[in-house]
Design a protein around this ligand. Structure first.
Ligand code: ZN
Length: 316
């Protein structure tokens, strides 16, 4: 089978490798899709420290079950599945524990059923635990922020204010249900939020970009005793926060990440059911497609994030 290996930062090679064996608790999948994840960009860009190369990465996989281990009961060959993979996703075949797979409807497009990012976003919303008619600001409307926005709507929130410095992201956010949009390049975000919330700030502020600037910005937007959720994937240099202010404002600080596999899979199942029932729309979010041989180009596009880019996928 063909498989891409990250040889060093900035360079994948595509090699021929044996198809992995299918252990008793695993299913073997003929892959159809693997999403290019921003969490992998630090490895690609060489910013991640202390990593060993070569590496097999890729974890947002969908495909067709080819073989089923003897201990796996709920899948059979021919089933369409989305899986949360632990690497090795940029390959024609992948073996994975059956418990990390979700059985898709046959008509669900693989490119939309990206289990891992949908799981993270669903769990991010579940951790924020929004209440009816809460006002929410999402700071960073990339792929994950735009999935969260749609799931927040399902949870019955009131105002959803999208904040992003790319106008294409804000246009998409409006189309997907944001009630208001603010571009920090054009407007004073804090002042805008104050005027949208009768001068108190939002009930929930979600930081979904993973950098110092957005962390600072969300701090300014949340009301006293409101929820401040750090959902972005913060890598590289340590961040600083104005803890005295967070303290005084009595924010409920929420780490939007989860690590327990059980909760992870639970979120994936919920999110994929929302996709298959039409409540989560992905057609405008998957903007760039590449073949496995074009994987270097795919990572360049994800790194460059041109205006209009939301999500790249490798189609197998
Ligand atoms: Zn991912």
């Amino acid at each position: 089978m063909k498989a891409a290996i990250l040889e060093q930062p900035g360079k994948f090679s595509v090699n021929s490798l044996p198809i992995p064996p299918c252990e008793p608790d695993e299913i073997l999948i003929k892959s159809k899709i693997c999403g290019i994840c921003t969490s992998e960009l630090d490895m690609w860009e060489g910013k991640a420290v202390g990593l060993e190369f070569p590496r097999f990465i890729g974890h947002e996989v969908g495909g067709i079950v080819e073989a089923v281990g003897t201990k796996v009961k709920n899948f059979q060959p021919g089933d369409h599945v989305a899986v949360w993979a632990d690497g090795k996703g940029y390959a024609e075949y992948l073996a994975i524990k059956g418990e990390y797979a979700y059985k898709l409807l046959d008509e669900t497009p693989f490119e939309y059923a990206l289990g891992e990012p949908i799981a993270c976003s669903t769990n991010g919303v579940r951790k924020a635990d929004p209440q009816l008619n809460d006002s929410v600001a999402i700071v960073g409307c990339g792929f994950m922020g735009l999935i969260m926005l749609q799931i927040l709507k399902v949870r019955g929130v009131g105002k959803i204010i999208a904040v992003d410095s790319r106008s294409s992201a804000l246009t998409l956010a409006s189309e997907l249900g944001a009630t208001d949009t603010i571009n920090p390049k054009e407007k004073d975000v804090k002042r805008e939020i104050q005027s949208l919330t009768n001068g108190v700030g939002v009930d929930i502020g979600i930081e979904a970009a993973g950098n110092q600037r957005t962390l600072d910005l969300v701090t300014d937007l949340v009301r006293m005793e409101g929820k401040l959720e750090v959902f972005g994937f913060h890598q590289g240099q340590p961040r600083t926060v104005n803890w005295g202010y967070w303290n005084w404002m009595a924010f409920q600080i929420i780490n939007g990440h989860v690590r327990s596999p059980r909760i992870y899979v639970e979120g994936m199942n919920i999110g994929l059911k929302l996709l298959e029932s039409g409540k989560l729309k992905m057609d405008k979010l998957v903007t760039d497609k590449f073949t496995l041989d074009e994987i270097n180009k795919g990572f360049e596009a994800a790194s460059a994030k041109r205006e209009g880019f939301v999500k790249g996928v490798i189609v197998l």
